[in-house]
Design a protein around this ligand. Structure first.
Ligand code: SAH
Ligand code: SF4
Ligand code: F3S
Length: 463
């Protein structure tokens, strides 16, 4: 009987995509995916270390796995990803039941290392620097076991060359490396031939895509146009652009490439110029709002989401009020708000005397939440009456009789229909929005625009 594996993924979409790629390699190695921990012979924890609670979560899981492994000889545990890269050997000092520790630069080595560890005992393999061949290799992406067959992530760049004072990503993911444009376009073509209609381009700082290739000029606008021209790819999304690098040609490419969705995730982080300067973000609040206005002017019906950090060291009440004002002015469709978490080795973690009192942070967090929820609701309510294109994802989580899908703006929509073609995941339908709630829309089904091109469904449920 084939050995079974389960991957638990923490963190961002890059980690989700790494997990899909790793799942494909494990399948190629003869293992079978399972989502039942009790029958898994191999458990991979693909980790994140962006905030401290991500670290704590992992160590909690490892504790649980220790007793499971004690009962099941032959079971193997691998820890991969950003926390491995950060904690290196210390990980096994805290948890000696881990068989394989792999960092961010060599995750595709995991299947080989699991086999070696089965013979010769635990292995830690952390590379200090990315291996450009491994980082940009197209093969694992093409065998990835994807969660859904109609949408796919495509890595365009790994690592980050910025130095935001709070952020651990550059130290665990290394410098920026761009994949060649032809490889990315070819991957999109292959995906399209398999029924994928939506791709999300992934990078930590997508606007600077290609700068390392040309040694000068970024190629992100060209890339958007090239991927947008791939036949069968109806929707192109990307995450994340850095506000300081959002160039007019990128905005123009978004506006003029029909497949590129009218959705922009533009992380604000703070509305105070003093805080933005100590975060080393490279823009002021005014500059951010100017870029946002330019994007909204050029791109029809643009939805904008953001990330904001509350309680950055030294943040005064006045600074925070500026964040409230900028958030209210920007009228985001949705905002991910985070409490500052000091990360080892980052500049913002150095001086604890500047840390903000947790009660003050909790209060600010609530106040910001009210502002961002208010604009989200307003943005959603104003969609009532509009006719939108919806990509059907399947029955809603709460009610089997209701279909869920996404509009081109990326918004979750619930609708009812008895139309068999509309119910097939991957179908493109038209629907009229009837109601907007803070986190979703309700709609009335009108007609099928394009039937699902999905021919098969491979399942990976890492959760
Ligand atoms: N490269 C992406 C962000 C990756 S991290 C970008 O620049 O857009 C995702 C978000 O986590 C960041 O935008 C930031 O808001 C938040 N974040 C990062 N480090 C953090 C920290 N130390 N404490 C709290 N939030 C943090
Ligand atoms: Fe982190 Fe800044 Fe790079 Fe984003 S741009 S990954 S926040 S250092
Ligand atoms: Fe976390 Fe690493 Fe992503 S730290 S947010 S998984 S790049």
């Amino acid at each position: 009987m084939a050995r079974k594996f389960l991957i638990r993924t923490f963190g961002c979409q890059m980690n989700e995509h790494d997990s899909e790629r790793l799942a494909g390699l494990l399948v190629a190695d003869g293992l079978e995916a399972t989502d039942d921990l009790d029958e898994a012979d191999v458990v991979v924890l693909n980790t994140c270390c962006i905030r401290e609670n991500a670290d704590n979560k992992l160590y909690g899981h490892l504790g649980h796995l220790r007793s499971l492994k004690a009962e099941r000889p032959g079971m193997q545990i691998a820890v991969t990803g950003c926390l491995s890269q950060k904690d290196k050997g210390a990980l096994r000092e805290r948890a000696d039941h881990i068989d394989v520790v792999v960092g961010t630069h060599n995750i595709t080595r995991t299947p080989v290392l699991l086999r070696e560890a089965a013979i010769s005992g635990p292995i830690t393999e952390i590379l200090d620097a990315p291996d450009p061949v491994e980082m940009t290799d197209a093969a694992p992406a093409l065998t990835a076991v994807r969660a859904v067959p109609w949408a796919a992530w495509v890595t365009i760049q790994t690592g980050c060359d910025n130095s935001c004072a709070y952020c651990i990503v550059p130290s665990v993911r290394g410098p920026e490396i761009s994949r060649p444009i032809d490889d990315i376009v070819e991957e999109a073509r292959v995906l399209s031939s398999r029924g994928v209609v939506e791709v999300t381009l992934l990078g930590q700082n997508v606007n600077s895509y290609g700068r390392d290739i040309t040694k000068r000029r970024p190629l992100f606008a060209e890339l958007l146009e090239a991927v947008g021209a791939v036949e069968g790819i109806d929707r192109v999304r990307f995450t994340s652009p850095h506000p300081k690098d959002l160039r007019p040609e990128t905005i123009a490419a978004m506006a003029n490439t029909a497949a590129v969705c009218n959705q922009l995730h533009l992380p604000l982080q703070s509305g105070s110029d003093a805080v933005l300067a100590s975060m080393r973000r490279g823009y002021t609040a005014e500059r951010y709002l100017e870029r946002l206005a330019a994007a909204r002017r050029e791109i029809e019906d643009l939805a904008v989401t953001t990330d904001i950090i509350v309680g950055f060291p030294g943040e005064t009440e006045e600074d925070f009020e500026q964040t409230l004002t900028v958030a209210a002015t920007a009228q985001f469709d949705s905002a991910y708000t985070f409490i500052f978490s000091p990360r080892p080795g980052t500049r913002a973690a150095e001086d604890s005397s500047r840390f903000i009192d947790p009660d003050v942070i909790a209060d600010r967090f609530e106040r910001l939440h009210l502002v961002t929820e208010r604009s989200a609701l307003a943005k959603h309510e104003e969609r009532a009456g509009r006719t939108e294109e919806v990509l059907v994802e399947g029955p809603s989580k709460r009610d089997d009789a209701v279909l869920s899908g996404r509009t081109r703006q990326g918004k979750l929509v619930h609708l009812r229909t008895e139309d068999a073609a509309a119910k097939r995941p991957g179908a493109l339908v038209e629907a009229t929005i009837t109601r907007g709630a803070p986190h979703f829309l309700e709609a009335e089904f009108l007609r099928v625009l394009a039937p699902s091109r999905t021919v098969r469904r491979l399942e990976l449920r890492p959760a």
